[in-house]
Design a protein around this ligand. Structure first.
Ligand code: NAD
Length: 453
């Protein structure tokens, strides 16, 4: 029996004892998870610094703050979320109790990605615990320092049998995927997403796939470009462009392209100074393989801004490329690095057409002061989520479901949405043994008289 098989079996046995179900137990574990984050803040920040060169402040802002928020809302609302949800009745069931009962699914597999190694791995865990499940946590091996801290320290705070951490790479993940789970929650690229779905299909296991893609950012000519460029520059270059909902490329009319470049140039100076390489706030590419991949995307282009790199530090300067043809390689795949192509479009119709003939993105951004433009963009495109006149902000609210559509993913999470995603919604109807005459309508022999009674 493999190590992974053993871990999953143990988690299932622990789940079957029923220990994860009482709300008191769930709240206790959630509070322990909160304590882990508070007490181990330094270990977490050091690991993320080593993995991605993020500052302590950035780790707090982008990893732990959101996690703590998720835990707080789960603890506060758990009783309400887990309670039976009464539903409308028909005439025939008017005397019955009819409700939806959220129930734990069983053993959940959580496969995390490396770009926000704590947020994307532990946020689903919060809901798995809140929903009363057991969960096997598989952090990304790519963010190896974070994975190690998670493997060593998390078991000191959470029940070891119910919520084990399994580290490893492709072969370990594949061995996990051969096991039977009750739900798989995967965050990462869509190629592996397909493998996860295939493996899940063998056991008819439902999946949540939090994937990526190319999220467009349309800048209308009727806009305050200084504000728009500042917001876009932040969202694109934070974490060195390695953010699933970063604006992947800009669409704008040729008449404003140079002003957009200038706006980004000024903002970069404001954020990172004249040399982003020496700025403590500018990140690094996660590893050499990803560095080579991102640099290869730039082959053959002259950068309008940036373009410098240093492979020894896995540094790529914030880079903007103008007049990128729609069929260029830069426009074929998610960039996931600090390269920002600008594609020019003739007008809003052209922009909508450009977006709509491509895969449904994880996010769309539109910057405009014109209400009609905003309305059209919202009505005539689709995406996992959308933020108008800013980037990524829809992610920050746990009242909004976060997730993709089509190739950018399936399923949703954050707050109650994750709780619901990792619960079975059991349809319950509780009747008394009285009022048999109401039931007569169902029984043979059938005739019209009886049905009308
Ligand atoms: P990654 O390389 O860390 O892979 C993700 C997980 O898949 C890891 O745990 C890894 O062990 C596992 N894995 C990798 N190859 C595998 C294989 N062949 N078989 C089985 N398991 C395998 O992360 P990544 O894919 O490089 O992550 C970046 C992608 O994730 C981007 O596309 C990004 O947009 C997306 N992402 C999406 C979200 C979201 O919430 N929608 C969040 C973060 C990242």
């Amino acid at each position: 029996m493999s190590r992974e098989q053993l871990v999953v079996e143990r988690a299932r046995r622990a789940f079957q004892t029923g220990m994860s179900k009482p709300l008191k137990f769930r709240v206790h574990q959630l509070k322990n998870l909160h304590r882990f984050i508070t007490e181990r803040r330094k270990d977490i920040a050091d690991a993320v610094k080593k993995d991605l060169n993020k500052t302590e402040h950035s780790t707090e802002l982008f990893e732990t703050l959101g996690l703590e928020g998720e835990i707080d809302v789960a603890v506060e609302r758990l009783a309400e979320w887990a309670a039976p949800r009464p539903v409308e009745k028909s005439l025939l069931t008017i005397l019955d109790e009819v409700y939806i009962q959220p129930e734990p699914l069983g053993v959940v597999l959580i496969i995390g990605a490396w770009n926000y190694p704590w947020a994307v791995t532990l946020q689903p865990l919060v809901a798995a615990i809140a929903a009363g499940n057991a969960a096997v946590v598989k952090p990304s091996e790519v963010s190896s320092h974070s994975a190690k801290v998670m493997e060593e320290l998390l078991p000191l705070y959470l029940d070891k049998e119910l919520y084990p951490v399994v580290c490893g790479g492709v072969s370990e993940t594949q061995e996990l995927l051969r096991q039977r789970f009750d739900h798989i929650f995967y965050t990462g690229n869509s190629t592996v997403g397909k493998l996860v779905m295939e493996a899940a299909a063998r056991h008819l296991t439902p999946v949540t796939l939090e994937l990526g893609g190319k999220s467009p950012c349309y800048i209308d000519k009727d806009v305050d470009l200084r504000v728009a460029c500042r917001r876009i520059t932040w969202g694109k270059f934070v974490n060195c462009g390695q953010t699933c909902i970063a604006p992947d490329y800009i669409l704008c009319e040729p008449s404003i392209q140079n002003r957009v470049v200038e706006g980004i140039r000024q903002t970069l100076l404001e954020f990172y100074g004249p040399d982003p390489k020496s700025s403590p706030d500018y990140g690094r590419i996660i590893n050499q393989r990803h560095f080579n991949h991102v640099m290869a995307l730039l082959d053959g282009y002259t950068a309008a801004l940036g373009g410098q790199s240093d492979s020894s530090q896995r540094y790529i300067a914030p880079t903007v490329v103008k007049d990128v043809p729609p069929h260029a390689r830069l426009m074929q795949e998610e960039i996931f690095g600090p390269l920002l192509p600008i594609v020019t479009v003739s007008d809003i119709d052209d922009a909508i057409h450009f977006i709509s003939e491509r895969e449904k993105p994880l996010a769309i951004y539109v910057f405009s002061s014109n209400k009609k433009v905003i309305k059209r963009m919202l009505a005539e495109t689709t995406s996992g989520g959308v933020t108008v006149n800013d980037v990524m902000m829809h992610y920050t609210l746990n009242s909004l479901p976060f997730g993709g559509v089509g190739q950018s993913g399936t399923g949703r999470y954050h707050g109650k949405h994750t709780f619901d995603q990792l619960s079975h919604h059991r349809a319950c109807l509780v009747k008394s043994l009285g009022m048999e005459e109401v039931n007569m309508v169902w029984y043979p022999p059938q005739n019209h008289q009886k049905a009308r009674r």
